[in-house]
Design a protein around this ligand. Structure first.
Ligand code: GLN
Length: 202
């Protein structure tokens, strides 16, 4: 239980500011994480959307890959959106030859899965543990989850748009990932769920 967690946003590349703003709106203390020293000060972490190959390369360059894996192994809650989902995948399809992930979630993720006809789209997705209307999910060159291991809970799947039935939201313990970008909408429900996870309440 962490009453007032500081939630870091991995600030190597991607839509960092949007995540920080959303967490600010929820009254949570945030920190932009660009170094192992800063990582050591946060209780939980968001990995933003962006370009996973770039995030991966920069994480190696900033000496963050090892420390990030270590924190994940010790149970730090992490929420990854889109490229962040890719970073949390134990297994990746469609990555570049030298692309490394952090891993942590026992899932196989397919990068750029929805195909060219669906570079970006929005659709309603029902998310387990998030009450109310389906989430207005924004997908941008998004991955999907091809398969999950027994310890992973599927939180949501898409119904149409060339990816019928595909898994787009998952959770394994304190690790959560979505193929889409709640940080690009005004809807804070998924971030609120993650804050509850970071507090040990969910
Ligand atoms: N296609 C991107 C990647 O492979 C992810 C896109 C996104 O985060 N919006 O990293």
């Amino acid at each position: 239980m962490t009453a007032n967690p500081t939630i870091g946003v991995l600030a190597l590349q991607g839509d960092v500011a949007e995540h920080v703003r959303m967490l600010d709106d929820l009254g949570v203390a945030t920190a932009r994480v660009l170094s192992a020293e800063r990582l050591a000060t946060v209780d939980a972490l968001v990995i933003p959307g962006g370009e996973s190959t770039t995030i991966s390369k920069l994480a190696v360059r900033h000496g963050l890959m090892g420390p990030l894996r270590e924190r994940v192994a010790r149970g730090m809650p992490v929420y990854g959106t889109c490229a962040g989902m890719i970073m949390l995948a134990d297994r990746l399809l469609g990555g570049t030859a030298d692309q490394e992930t952090l891993g942590g979630i026992d899932m196989t993720v397919r990068r750029n899965a929805f195909g060219r006809q669906a570079e970006s789209f929005e659709t309603g997705v029902r998310i387990d543990g998030v009450g109310g209307d389906p989430f207005d999910a924004v997908f941008i060159r998004a991955p999907w989850v091809e398969s999950v291991g027994p310890g992973v809970t599927v939180l949501g799947s898409v119904n149409g748009t060339g990816g019928a039935g595909r898994i787009v939201a998952v959770r394994q313990g304190g690790l959560m990932a979505t193929s889409f970008h709640p940080e690009l909408t005004g809807d804070t429900r998924i971030h609120r769920l993650f804050v509850d996870i970071a507090k040990g309440h969910a």
